[in-house]
Design a protein. Structure first.
Length: 410
């Protein structure tokens, strides 16, 4: 490794970072709480007039300040940032519920836009990519299935059968994040097109399928620890004889894993960056609470092991951030194979560090910490899902261990 590893804030990023940080703290975070309070008023998977006003107002403000589409690196459509630079911004976005969407940097749209930008034809991009880049519509990525172990993506079983100029799809997908949003207009769907005689990683393909295609039925909203995450939603969806033109195929049959590797690298590390933002916000709340409340004649900070807890939280966050920045730097070098073990490592470390810090902040708040009166319970629930949604910890640890052992094998 001969390139200089500079993980600091670049000079060009400093004013952008300050603008994003200030907008998150002063405008987005307060508005996020009002936005969430509106969810039950007109039904679960709709936007009230006030929610639309809040969200679209924040997005318009961000665009007017040229704070938009930071995530798309290596493209003339993007902001021109490196992955390391984007990491600093994503961390700030992780501190507020509407942080990422305000700047058009939300999952799963960022990963889906990566697919459209890097793998789709101009004809395929036309109806979807400009509208996604403008924040006019949302999208969903459909891979996981209820009847198989989706942590091994070679198990994906939804059949996609050619029929004349079309494909016909039958099967079910679940945990389709964002598919509950009424603005969700396009799905990217992973299907099986090859038989058992095909190489294991050449049996699957990806299709662009409009959300309103006949035969698609949303069965239910999956709940995360009892919360349906409305109006975003993680939906269980059935495909019954869904017919799509062969022109919906991305790159060609059997290239699903090739596309997935391009999508899952950048898009998945974004979650790690935002998880560190969650941890920072939780530590801030923990410290404020520990100094503001007294028990047994002392501030909470001075009781028990709370000094040690606060110190450990700070040290763990700093270590996780450095690992995240190194993974981002490795990605910026252009060799995704070399970056892969570092991506796997941070996918384990970031959510686990964030969960520990959030849990300590909950403990410091007592009963209030598990209630709706702070963002901590919602943050914990979201970050806990990352240990599954980004692939199980065990899968990532296995990849790191295989890489480590390879250094010592003849």
């Amino acid at each position: 490794m001969t390139a200089t590893m500079d993980l600091g804030l670049s000079e060009r990023l400093r004013p952008i970072h300050a603008a994003v940080r200030d907008m998150v703290r002063n405008e987005i975070e307060p508005a996020s709480e009002e936005f969430l309070a509106e969810v039950p008023k007109d039904g679960r998977f709709v936007y009230t007039a006030r929610q639309s006003e809040i969200l679209e107002g924040l997005k318009a403000t961000a665009r007017s300040r040229n704070l938009w589409n930071f995530w798309l690196t290596g493209s003339e459509r993007g902001f021109g940032l490196t992955t390391v630079e984007y990491a600093y911004l994503a961390e700030e976005m992780g501190k507020a519920h509407l942080g990422a969407e305000t700047f058009n940097c939300s999952a799963p749209d960022t990963g889906n836009m990566e697919v459209l930008e890097r793998f789709c034809t101009e004809v395929q991009k036309g109806p979807w990519l400009p509208r996604l880049l403008n924040g006019e519509i949302r999208s969903a990525y459909l891979m996981t299935e209820p009847e198989i172990a989706s942590s091994d993506a070679t198990n994906i079983a939804m059949r996609c059968v050619p029929d004349g100029d079309d494909y016909v799809l039958d099967g079910e997908k679940w945990w389709a994040s964002g598919a509950g949003d009424p603005r969700c207009a396009i799905y990217i769907v992973m299907v099986r097109t090859g038989g058992d005689d095909a190489p294991k990683h050449k049996r699957h393909s990806m299709l662009l399928i409009p959300a309103d295609t006949p035969g698609i039925e949303v069965l239910r909203a999956m709940q995360v620890y009892g919360d349906d995450d409305a109006p975003h939603g993680h939906m269980h969806i059935r495909f019954s004889g869904v017919r799509v033109p062969k022109s919906a195929m991305i790159l060609g049959e059997g290239r699903g894993f090739e596309i997935a590797q391009g999508r899952l690298g950048p898009g998945r590390i974004h979650h790690c960056m935002r998880a560190i933002g969650h941890a920072e916000r939780a530590l801030e709340l923990l410290c404020e609470r520990s100094l503001a409340r007294e028990a047994f004649g002392k501030p909470l900070a001075e009781l028990g092991e709370n000094y040690d807890i606060i110190a450990k939280a700070r040290m763990d966050i700093e270590m996780a951030r450095l690992l995240c920045l190194k993974a981002a730097w490795m990605m910026d070098q252009g060799d995704l194979k070399a970056a892969a073990p570092w991506i796997s490592a941070i996918k384990v470390v970031a959510p686990n560090v964030a969960l520990d810090v959030i849990d300590q902040a909950v403990q410091m708040h007592g009963g209030q910490g598990i209630s709706q009166d702070t963002p901590l319970a919602r943050m914990w629930t979201h970050v806990r899902t990352l240990r599954l949604a980004d692939g199980p910890d065990a899968v990532h640890r296995r990849q790191v261990a295989r890489w480590e052992l390879a250094k010592h094998r003849p």
